[in-house]
Design a protein around this ligand. Structure first.
Ligand code: NAI
Ligand code: MG
Length: 342
């Protein structure tokens, strides 16, 4: 049986993941769900972000369904790095997929009439760039302090993410970098971009600097199909695209390795400490992440059914308050699940 490792983690993550599982079950998913205690309580007790025996289980799972990590009691970055970044790096989940699709016009802050066409995918490099944690602080605590954060880009890492983007594009691949200012890393991206594009002459291509891409995303997001970019720019632009389709509560993501099949699916949002624990957190981001997971596992019809149920619940106004509704987290899970059982 397909084994799904479940890591709800902290805050809002603990509230939204059960709703995603509820919806998967209503859609008829026949998975073996195994939940593991990876969270701030566990970390504060043991000092270990992911206990060794749990790590082995995560490596063996067919996919990981993840909530969010972060807790006001844990200030050190070692916790986030030891959970989410470790999973992305050590399982080599080099593709971070962040789709943005507008399910109902009223959810977008844009005034344009044709915004219904927003349906784009950010393909973010997920294992390199500025997030690898290389660098250091010298003469710390003095007026002469130096802080260095290295931007790591490898030939293989850049090439494989570009190739993935061409594999999933329907219309066009837009490559986003800052090669005019970050010339060393930028030159490698530009070189491989041209090399990979030459192997896919049927796909339209375009290059944008990241600042211009941010502007174009607000000006007319419907122009985009697939955007491929590095770790930092993908992180930032995907918060922007999340807001264009209704906000952090609705945006899903997948972290995958297309070669090994290893994968982790999670809402884009964090633990939302400002609203967590009151039953008002939106579970749609987690539910759509679960639908990306079943799509990755080859169950296309089930994935389409879940997305259809989400769209129908949103259009009926059966949502949490961030989407203009009045339902609780659980009631939204029920509203989506009910549509799948009917
Ligand atoms: P956040 O995504 O938790 O919250 C940003 C804003 O969006 C807040 O106003 C929040 O109320 C709202 N929001 C988030 N999720 C929502 C949902 N499901 N429904 C309705 N509104 C929602 O980001 P923030 O505040 O920067 O970080 C909070 C904590 O989460 C920190 O500890 C941070 O490190 C962690 N974090 C973890 C991530 C992960 O596990 N992938 C990603 C981002 C942040
Ligand atoms: Mg982010």
């Amino acid at each position: 049986m397909t084994k799904i490792a479940v890591l709800p983690c902290d805050g809002a993550g603990k509230e939204v993941v059960p709703e995603a599982i509820k919806v998967l079950k209503a859609a008829g998913a026949d998975f073996d769900f195994e939940e593991y205690e990876v969270n701030a309580d566990q970390y504060l007790r043991t000092g270990e972000p992911i206990p060794a025996h749990v790590w082995g289980e995560l490596e063996r799972a067919d996919a990981i369904l993840f909530g969010a990590v972060g807790d006001p009691r844990v200030s050190d970055a070692a916790y986030l790095a030891g959970v989410l970044l470790r999973l992305r790096f050590e399982l080599d989940l080099y593709v971070n997929l962040r789709p943005a699709r507008l399910y109902d016009d009223r959810l977008s802050p844009l005034r344009r009439d044709d915004k219904r066409g927003i349906d784009l995918l950010i393909v973010r490099e997920n294992t390199e760039g500025l997030y690898v944690g290389m660098g250091g602080r010298f003469k710390k605590g003095t007026d002469h302090e130096v802080a260095i954060q290295e931007d790591l880009n490898t030939y293989l890492g850049v090439t494989r993410i570009l190739e993935y983007a061409f594999g999933v594009a329907q219309r066009e691949v837009v490559m986003v970098d800052k090669s005019n200012a970050m010339t060393h890393a930028g030159a490698l991206w530009q070189q491989q971009w041209k090399a990979v594009a030459a192997k896919h002459p049927k796909v339209k291509t375009r290059h944008l600097y990241v600042d211009a891409a941010a502007m174009q995303l607000v000006r007319d997001p419907t122009q985009f199909d697939v955007i491929v970019t590095g770790n930092l720019f993908g992180d930032i632009l995907s918060d922007l695209t999340a807001e264009l389709i209704g906000g952090m509560g609705i945006a899903p993501s997948g972290n995958i390795n297309p070669q090994t099949g290893r994968s982790l699916f999670e809402p884009v949002h964090g633990t939302a400490p400002d609203i967590a624990g009151r039953g008002v957190v939106n579970p749609i981001g987690a539910i759509l992440s679960a639908s990306m997971m079943v799509r990755h596992l080859g169950q296309t019809e089930m994935a389409n059914a879940i997305e259809g149920a989400v769209e129908s619940a949103i259009r009926a106004g059966e949502c949490t308050r961030d989407l203009g509704g009045g339902l609780s987290t659980r009631e939204v899970g029920d509203a989506v699940a009910r549509r799948l059982k009917d």
